[in-house]
Ligand binder design. Sequence first.
Ligand code: HEM
Length: 224
Amino acid sequence: MAQAASPAVGWLHTSVGRKVVMAATGIFLMTFLVVHLSGNLLLLRGDRGAAFNAYAEFMSTNPFIRVLEVLLFLGFLIHIYQGLYFILKEKQARPQRYTLNAAHANTSLFSRTMRISAVVVLVFLIVHMRHFFVEHRILGTSLTMYESCKIAFENPLYSAFYLFSFLLLGFHLVHGFYSSFQTLGVILNARVERLIRTVGIAFTVFITVGFSAIPIYFLAAKYF
Ligand code: HEM
């Protein structure tokens, strides 16, 4: 006889439950971005990668970080899975594009481009993981992590792809930040709404400009 699912598991499969999971994993991934950017900014210290290589070594060997890494991959998988679920569900509910004009009037550019920005970030992640994570952790290479970054970002095409991806990541974050807190019921009045919007924009600018500074730094060092 089939067993009935517990109420908590059942709730996770409702639209509200799925949205809360999406918001919670989104906030978790945004905290990862802050940590990742803080470590990566060591690339700009001008010490030929000494501090960055020590940081990368610590991140790849510390047992606590390894556990967090598993949670991070799970966070990405769950976030992507829930996103795909909502896209498919919306497609089934509204196969025709008749509401396009109304959507333009009522929504921001950032919310309308959530799907395309999500796809760009996903493609970026696949390329990025292949280049750094798989190369260093799985296949093995004689290059240090700093050397890998330097070689990659001195290539204008590779850097341009990164810069484009960071721009679209910014689009995704502007809407994602606000929407996560809205889903979690934090926005109770106009003052809180303004605060969340302002913090969301400041966070997005910090992440987008911060990550973009890295390829620009290596390109500038090589060509100017
Ligand atoms: C110029 C910007 C960036 C640089 C230089 C950079 C550098 C790196 C490096 C060197 C690694 C390998 C770490 C290791 O194996 O020990 C890594 C891993 C990773 N990066 Fe990035 N990254 C950048 C931007 C991003 C962005 C924007 C995202 C997310 C949207 C991201 C997501 C990840 C993930 C998920 C991993 C694997 C988990 C980990 O090892 O920490 N990275 N990155």
